[in-house]
Design a protein around this ligand. Structure first.
Ligand code: GLC
Length: 544
């Protein structure tokens, strides 16, 4: 076990800081709010959740056009979240509890209110003139190319001062940095150094596979698959992004980033929405990312990410097996994600009935799990009326595309505003908070939160579950059964996605270590294992 690094053994917990905990009564979460809840995350005892690292989405100064993913200063804290001194305290307080700190790094674009962009956009010949991507209109005055923005519309916006267009892969308030300029690379590498010097242990790198574009930016070809269009303004989903995503030379840039991380042994986690084969290349030969995020369980088929990806034993097993087969045994440490701030809530996607099964899956697969805040209490999609929408994706493309649903305030208790705040909150608190909240689930030792907590502590105590090998077994339809093994410890994980009990034979004796309903622990099965409908069990397997 000691041969494994913290990021391999550990469990990462993602915090969306606007929605985690508000310490200063402005309806928006903040860094002090996170400090105040660290004991919930891990106080060193099995009474706490027990996670090992937190990844915090951006808290940098920002006009919040994309809620912090539009950074106006990479090396400071937005006043609404605190200041650098609060951040330093957060590092200390987290480390005191053996919690590592991972921050978000947004390399592809800054805010249009970043001083770099203000300077760059002021004229065609200022020192930062080439720090962003500027192009003249075509001779007929039209846009420089056909590229579409992720949040809808064309990816170009006109600038009066320069009489040119600038490129933005996302929102017009998120101009793309020009990574072909070595000064930009150096400045952005120094951002990593700034936070490493302050003690951060790693970075989650936002859409990092997009930073390197074709130098001439030719028109993108039409989409060869049939992606559902998100309204009339959706140019993006009509095109293959072959000249902008994962473009030739991207891996050189990734290696440079890794070299900077290595200066202080920080961990790099890349946000890579690409088909399996391409995603795996972002490990490099252990010289790119420690972990390119594995979004395989969000794909309806390889590379087609959608929020209604099939949730069945057969599909999940297929995703896991293909991923395991593609993983480099030496430098391809796996990882799993089932929720984040960009996709509908896990409990809403798989159905509340399967929230427990999903918890067991996430915490028993081989590889580092990343758990999104609130999923541990089964938070469901928030109720967002069109006039309450804040997310630019929803505002531009329609309420069914808003990511606000997974960003509603964390439900801590049943007091007004769910214990998240004492005033009106930036997004509405979901109406089920009086019953679905941390406090209520802490008091119930069979709650979903208790299941997460016990699964996490079980995993920490078990080398087989935390770092052992993975071996799928043949099992009845509707079930996914696999072994995790380390030295002489064998755990058998049996997940029944179907609505009927299932049985299968094993060679030996299985002792229930934990089950999703938390009511079978300690029961011994010999020869035949029976799994209830919609339930999962982890057994300690003793072969005869
Ligand atoms: C990533 C973030 C998302 C953001 C986008 C642009 O996908 O996770 O929230 O809107 O990048 O920065």
């Amino acid at each position: 076990m000691t041969d494994f690094a913290w990021w391999q053994r550990g469990i990462i917990y993602q915090i969306y800081p606007r929605s985690f905990n508000d310490s200063n009564a402005d309806g928006i979460g903040d860094l002090q709010g996170i400090i105040d809840r660290l004991d919930y995350l891990n106080d060193g005892t099995p009474n706490s959740l027990g996670i090992d690292a937190i990844w915090i989405s951006p808290f940098y100064p920002s006009p919040m056009a994309d809620f912090g993913y539009d950074v106006a200063n990479y090396t400071d804290v937005d006043k609404m979240f605190g200041d650098l001194a609060t951040f330093d305290r957060l590092v200390q307080e987290a480390h005191k509890r053996n919690i590592k700190l991972i921050v978000d790094y947004v390399p592809n674009h800054s805010s249009d209110e970043h001083a770099w962009f203000t300077e760059s956009s002021s004229s065609r010949d200022n020192p930062k003139a080439d720090w962003y991507i500027w192009k003249d209109p075509k001779p007929d005055g039209s846009l420089p190319n056909n590229w579409g923005a992720v949040f809808g519309g064309p990816a170009w916006t006109w600038n009066e001062a320069r009489q040119q267009y600038y490129f933005h892969q996302f929102h017009p308030k998120q101009p793309d940095l020009n990574w072909r300029n070595p000064e930009v690379r150096e400045a952005m590498h120094n951002v990593l150094r700034f936070w490493m010097d302050r003690g951060v242990d790693g970075f989650r790198m936002d859409v990092v596979y997009m930073i390197w574009k074709h130098p001439d930016m030719p028109d993108q070809p039409p989409m060869s698959r049939n992606l559902a269009l998100r309204g009339d303004d959706d140019i993006f989903n009509t095109q293959e992004q072959i000249y902008s995503f994962n473009y030739d030379g991207i891996h050189e840039r990734m290696k440079e980033l890794r070299a900077v991380l290595n200066e202080q042994e920080a961990v790099g986690i890349g946000e890579i929405w690409l088909p399996l084969k391409e995603r795996m290349k972002f490990y490099g030969q252990d010289d790119e990312f420690h972990m390119p995020f594995n979004f395989g369980l969000f794909a309806s088929k390889d590379g087609d990410f959608s929020s209604d990806a099939e949730w069945s034993a057969e599909r999940v097993r297929e995703v896991v097996d293909e991923y395991e087969q593609a993983a480099n045994p030496v430098s391809g440490w796996p990882n799993w994600v089932l929720g984040n701030h960009d996709i509908p809530r896990l409990a809403s996607r798989v159905g509340e009935k399967h929230a427990r099964l999903a918890a067991m899956l996430l915490l028993s697969l081989r590889g580092t799990p990343t758990l999104y805040m609130g999923d541990e209490i089964g938070m469901v999609n928030g109720e967002i009326a069109p006039e309450q929408m804040r997310d630019p994706q929803g505002v531009n493309l329609g309420v069914e595309h808003t990511r606000d649903v997974c960003r509603t305030p964390m439900q801590w208790d049943n007091s007004p505003y769910a214990g998240f705040s004492t005033v009106e909150t930036w997004l509405p608190v979901t109406s089920d908070y009086p019953t679905r909240n941390v406090k209520a689930q802490q008091a119930d030792d069979t709650s979903l939160l208790s299941l997460y907590r016990r699964l996490i502590w079980q995993r920490k105590q078990s080398p087989a579950l935390s770092v052992g090998s993975y071996e799928p077994l043949d099992s009845p339809p509707g079930t996914f059964v696999f072994l995790r093994q380390y030295e002489d410890e064998t755990k058998l994980v049996a997940l029944n996605f179907s609505d009927r009990p299932k049985s299968f034979d094993i060679d030996g004796v299985g002792l229930v270590v934990i089950d999703t309903m938390l009511n079978q622990i300690g029961i011994e099965h010999t020869g035949t294992l029976r799994i209830e409908a919609d339930a999962g069990v982890i057994f300690d397997l003793v072969r005869e």
